[in-house]
Design a protein around this ligand. Structure first.
Ligand code: FAD
Length: 308
């Protein structure tokens, strides 16, 4: 197989990079191992740079991404519905010192037990799993099907997997939490979240150690942070989430349980750079990979000299 660019990893980062490259006319090959625990499929998809504490260049990158999202979603409309909202994100202060820190002078948009005022920031949310699926459909319509392959070896202009290989001018690694297997500075930080049937807030709402946001007809509530590669959801995670829902949000008392999600966040320092001749890597997005995906794709295009 031969392509101009081989993208390894089809989470939100790899799928969007592949989409943007294809849009500019490049021959693209997109490979994914289908590992359990893909972060994108479990993600809340909040576009919430201020509550997440981003500063400086990262904050600028995030705001650029938020501004880019509506046009991207418009382009992807023919490829399936992607739930999204851009009417802001909220922080609920739970103490006088938090109220001072956040300058939380606004009324809370949703009942929060112990809430002492709120603050609205620019931002929103997008359903990351639906967005990835729309990207994959758009790619497939342009002759780039997702190829299931667990890449084991990477050399300049060449990648190999059990029973196959491909050649390309460039290789882009978007391996998420699995990047460490190729020496990239990333570690897995598992997150678990609940889907509940209950009245949703108007947008993402942070309160203490967790948050809620609209998802479908109900609520997405997250999330735990647990180091390591243990797969699935255990009772500790479930209990933390259920206690958090119960203690913090009176409207969710007795809410029906719809499901549970989990995935490995790629924790570490964000990087988008050439790691070997002809090989680029993008990773370390941690809690903000959906937020930073459009900016990351743009950085990859720039490094490859295919901007525009
Ligand atoms: C519970 C939870 C809540 C989150 N909430 C938010 C949020 O509100 N906002 C936000 O911006 N971010 C959030 N995140 C983080 C965000 O989801 C991640 O930063 C982002 O999805 C990372 O995308 P990725 O493409 O790098 O990784 P992934 O989505 O994990 O994809 C990596 C892909 O690479 C593939 N792969 C790995 N190794 C190989 C190989 N050798 N060969 C082939 N394929 C390979 C895997 O199979 C996988 O599909 C959340 C994450 C979790 C878990």
């Amino acid at each position: 197989m031969r392509a101009k660019a081989i993208v390894v990893g089809a989470g939100i980062i790899g799928s969007l990079v592949a989409y943007e490259l294809r849009k500019r006319g490049l021959e693209v090959l997109l490979l994914d191992a289908g590992f359990p625990g893909r972060a994108t499929d479990a993600s809340a998809g909040m576009l919430a740079p201020h509550p997440e504490g981003l500063r400086g260049e990262l904050l600028e990158a995030a705001l650029w991404s938020i501004a880019a999202y509506p046009a991207l979603l418009e382009e992807l409309k023919p490829f399936g519905p992607v739930e999204a909202g851009f009417s802001g994100v909220y922080v609920a202060a739970l103490s006088p010192s938090e109220a001072e820190l956040w300058e939380a002078h606004d009324p809370l948009p949703y009942p929060v037990r112990g809430g002492q005022g709120g603050r609205r920031f620019p931002g929103g949310y997008v359903n990351p799993k639906a967005l990835r699926q729309a990207l994959l459909r758009a790619l497939s319509a342009q002759g780039v099907p997702l190829l299931e392959a667990r890449v084991e070896e990477i050399r300049e202009g060449w990648v190999g997997w059990a029973g196959g290989e491909a050649r390309g001018r460039w290789t882009v690694l978007a391996l998420g939490a699995w990047g460490g297997r190729f020496g990239l500075p990333v570690r897995p930080l598992k997150g678990e979240a609940l889907l509940l049937q209950g009245p949703p807030p108007p947008g993402p709402l942070f309160a203490g150690g967790g948050y809620i946001l609209p998802r479908g007809e109900g609520v997405y509530l997250g999330a735990t942070e647990r180091e390591g590669w243990a797969e699935g959801v255990d009772l500790f995670g479930l209990r933390w989430l259920a206690d958090y829902a119960h203690e913090r949000f009176p409207l969710l008392e007795g809410a029906w349980f719809l499901g549970v999600l989990w995935g490995f966040r790629p924790a570490g320092e964000l990087f988008v750079r050439e790691v070997a001749p002809g090989v680029l890597a993008a990773g370390g997005h941690g809690r903000n990979g959906v937020l930073l995906a459009p900016w990351t794709a743009r950085q990859v295009l720039r490094l490859l000299g295919v901007e525009g």
